[in-house]
Design a binder for this molecule. Structure first.
Ligand code: F6R
Length: 609
């Protein structure tokens, strides 16, 4: 969602803040702004659109200082105009505030500020309420004013503020939205996300919920809500700035697609011992705990939820545990039947998705144990879970998830096999066979990437289509849903996915000769059923591209075109075939001239409900 960067030091705040915000562009945004404190005055500049517009504006001016805050806004309340861009100011113009999140009770607060305090609002945002409240309570101490203001705010948010009367410090506060801080040679920094700080340091302070942070040029001080000083050790970030840069690729999405063989090898390598057997030492369950699990809920949003659907098949097959997959936004409000024998498995790349975090809290409140598959170390989901399994995907910058998805799949295979071995529901031989297959996944993905020219040709032929649908059976349904989401989000083509057996229960009415169907046919035990579905669609004049395993001769006769993935075990196919669909979506979006890394209306981590 919104990006926040603050800097207090001896260098150019303009430069530090703009370069930090640049590293957060991947979050998605539609306006940007910056506020600096210089000689008792606030210098504020904002622009709608991309950061370049703001840079162009401040670039030619002598606009600079050594302390300030900046923001990239992803609009929730109010259009993406300059007026609604952050920072927002208090009425007396002494305090500037940037905000990430949503203030749920802003309407009532705004009304009170207007009616009882004569405050004049300049924007339509919920965020301006925060600046006005802090301004109202300011009596010479920014920390005290913020503490008083946040007591009145409801919602999930992180804020950072500067004040003309206190030109040495930035004060920040977080509640259920990410915030980190660091001290480097150039001074003190705060930010909403790790990539903003990586150019300067890899040692960061993770700020906890309800904490106040005071950042100056030579200190980062953290306090709890009662102003008790907290002593926090720094967390070392394993990846460096190179991992968060494009390194010659035209888009982050393409770079991340191509990184998949490497990051899958890494995720596997960390969990297999010298003999190639499972060694999930980081999964701190006791055998008794694993044996006692009676029911699993997999809870996640979007792409992570699709990974969960594949995970369900694996956990049921190998660990013999009944599994339900739920959307976090539904689970958290559904009054689910959960108890001490329930395992809630949350999947989240960012570890900051608000719905998943709230679902996790709800599950814990009801007595469930929570295991999470997370990519970002130290993220909120990771910190609040009983057990964490990290994917080693490295930073994922493109809004459309690719390498996080495939490493989530690999993690689910490993967890399912580990549980199965301990519960006695999978033999050593069966587990060994699957691990051997998993180890081949990186080279099979390399083979798919090697066929990029063929995939590009498919894209060229079909990119003008307005309806592209996906069908499959078994775990191919989850792959179909993920493939369709990839296409939708970056190309804006009307697309959906459906279980092939469901077609004739209604959706078949949509088939006309201008519809393109992808038919996923990688599951051997369902192959004949899929062939019949292809026939059904063909009889209604749909165009069909099948995705099947190398060596499949029958499919070529049934479908109009075929893309062959390497011959692999059915269980591994979801990891391999999705790479074809990622590349297809990428090339279609490129031919349509879309903003591939930052598609419209989307943000990388959804920290608001
Ligand atoms: C789509 C995509 C989203 C995320 C979803 C959950 O490409 O990336 O659907 O998967 O917003 O995000 P995380 O995994 O960070 O919880």
């Amino acid at each position: 969602m919104c990006g926040i960067v603050g800097y207090a030091g001896s260098g150019s705040a303009k430069k530090m803040i703009l370069s930090g915000l640049k590293s957060l562009e991947y979050r998605g945004y539609d306006s940007a702004g910056i506020a600096l404190v210089r000689r008792g005055k606030l210098l504020v500049r904002k622009e709608s659109g991309k950061l370049e517009a703001l840079e162009a504006k401040v670039g030619s001016e002598s606009f600079d200082a050594s302390i300030g805050i900046g923001h990239t806004r992803w609009a929730t309340h109010g259009a993406p105009t300059r007026e609604n861009a952050h920072p927002h100011l208090s009425q007396d113009g002494r305090i500037a505030v940037v905000h990430n999140g949503i203030i749920e009770n802003y309407m009532e607060l705004k009304q009170d500020l207007i009616e009882n305090h004569g405050v004049l609002f300049l924007s339509e945002t919920d965020s301006e309420v925060i600046a006005q409240l802090i301004g109202l309570y300011y009596e010479g101490d920014l920390v005290a004013a913020i503490r008083r203001a946040v007591k009145e705010l409801r919602g999930a948010y992180a804020i950072a503020a500067v004040c003309t009367e206190e030109p040495e410090r930035i004060v920040a506060f977080r509640r259920d939205a990410p915030m980190i801080a660091a001290l480097c040679e150039e001074g003190g920094l705060i930010a909403s996300d790790i990539p903003a700080l990586l150019k300067y340091t890899r040692d960061i302070y993770l700020i906890e919920n309800g904490e106040i942070v005071v950042v100056t040029r030579d200190a980062v001080q953290i306090f709890d809500e009662e102003m008790t000083r907290m002593h926090r050790t720094r967390t070392h970030i394993a990846w460096d700035i190179a991992a968060a840069e494009k390194r010659g690729y035209e888009h982050f999405m393409m770079k991340e697609i191509c990184e998949q063989p490497g990051v899958i090898r890494e995720t596997l390598l960390q969990r297999l011992d010298d003999k190639g057997e499972l060694a999930l030492d980081d999964l701190a369950f006791t055998k008794a705990e694993i044996g006692a699990i009676e029911h699993v809920y997999i809870v996640a949003c979007g792409t992570a939820n699709h990974a969960g659907r594949v995970g369900k098949q694996l956990l049921e097959r190998y660990a013999g545990i009944p599994v339900e997959v739920e959307l976090s936004s539904e689970f958290r409000y559904r009054n689910p039947i959960v108890n001490g024998r329930t395992l809630v498995l949350c999947i989240s790349q960012s570890g900051e998705t608000s719905d998943t975090l709230e679902a996790l809290r709800e599950a814990k409140k009801r007595g469930a144990r929570v295991l999470s598959i997370v990519n970002v170390e130290g993220s909120s989901v990771a910190r609040e879970s009983d057990f964490v399994f990290y994917t080693s995907a490295g930073p994922e910058i493109a809004v459309a998830s690719t390498k996080a998805y495939t490493t989530q799949l690999v993690s689910l295979y490993l967890i399912a096999l580990h549980f199965g071995r301990i519960r006695g529901t999978v033999t050593r031989a069966e587990s060994g066979r699957l691990i051997q297959e998993l180890k081949r996944a990186p080279e099979m993905i390399e083979a798919v990437i090697g066929k990029e020219a063929e995939i590009k040709a498919f894209a060229k032929k079909h990119y003008k289509k307005e309806k592209i649908y996906y069908v499959g059976r078994g775990s191919d349904v989850a792959s179909a849903e993920e493939a369709s989401l990839k296409l939708k989000e970056i190309s804006y083509i009307n697309s959906f996915a459906i279980a092939a057996g469901e077609l004739k229960h209604g959706t078949i009415a949509l088939i006309t000769r201008d519809v393109l169907f992808f038919a996923l046919a990688t599951q051997s035990y369902l192959y004949d059923k899929m062939l019949s579905n292809i026939e059904e669609m063909k009889a209604r004049q749909a165009q069909i591209i099948a995705v099947a395993k190398e060596g499949d001769m029958r499919i070529a006769e049934a479908a109009d075109e075929v893309f062959f993935i390497p011959d692999c075990a059915d269980e591994i196919a979801p990891i391999v075939e999705i790479v074809f669909f990622q590349l297809f979506a990428y090339h279609v979006a490129k031919l349509r001239g879309r903003d591939i890394d930052q598609p419209r209306n989307l943000a990388k981590s959804v920290t608001v409900e």
